[in-house]
Design a protein around this ligand. Structure first.
Ligand SMILES: CC(C)(COP(=O)(O)OP(=O)(O)OC[C@H]1O[C@@H](n2cnc3c(N)ncnc32)[C@H](O)[C@@H]1OP(=O)(O)O)[C@@H](O)C(=O)NCCC(=O)NCCS
Length: 147
């Protein structure tokens, strides 16, 4: 039988096929099918505001029970006042509520303030990627929540 291969930006009506096939793989690996929300939740946004004005943001999602914190930024006029630390604490609290077992993030080695913040909050270096985003040296940090 000739199989056709289609490249498309739309997944279409594949959910039934993907759900059933992944469920079998998960059951073989873990002995159970994971709750979709806990396992792969939609993007969550933690916003710090001064009045109505946004002054800080943490963006994350869950992939396979791991919170991926892929955006953290504080307005440059508001840095050094504890907002970044509070955003990270809120991220950890949300991760625990969602029953995630780990938080992971990647940071450019030039972002010294961020690295100091992460290590002071218990994140450990897990891997170094000498040429990653923009061919820049990048480090993966992680924090286990279930130990
Ligand atoms: C990293 C960032 C989010 C920190 O936010 P912040 O609100 O200024 O941080 P806080 O005031 O909560 O400080 C928390 C800790 O971060 C570290 N830190 C913050 N500013 C620092 C600086 N200028 N130099 C060194 N360490 C610094 C310190 O460990 C500090 O703890 P301490 O006050 O007990 O010493 C902010 O600097 C930022 O938005 N940077 C640009 C974007 C960025 O680098 N994002 C991370 C991408 S991975």
């Amino acid at each position: 039988m000739a199989i056709r291969y289609e490249v498309t930006p739309r997944k279409g009506a594949l959910h039934g096929f993907l759900d059933r096939q992944w469920e079998k793989v998960e059951r073989a690996l873990h002995g159970k099918h994971y709750d979709d929300f806990k396992w792969d939740c939609k993007r969550q946004h933690i916003i710090a505001r001064d009045g109505q004005k946004p002054v800080g943001y943490a963006g994350l999602y869950i992939d396979g029970g791991v919170v991926v914190l892929d955006e953290l930024i504080v307005h440059d006029h508001y840095r050094g006042r504890g907002i970044g630390r509070r955003l990270l604490e809120n991220t950890e609290a949300l991760a625990r509520r969602l029953d995630a077992h780990k938080i992971t993030l990647e940071t450019d080695d030039g972002l010294k303030a961020a690295i100091k913040l992460y290590t002071s909050c218990g994140f450990r270096k897990e891997a170094t990627l000498p040429r990653h985003y923009g061919k820049r040296p990048t480090t993966i940090y992680g924090k286990q929540l279930d130990v």
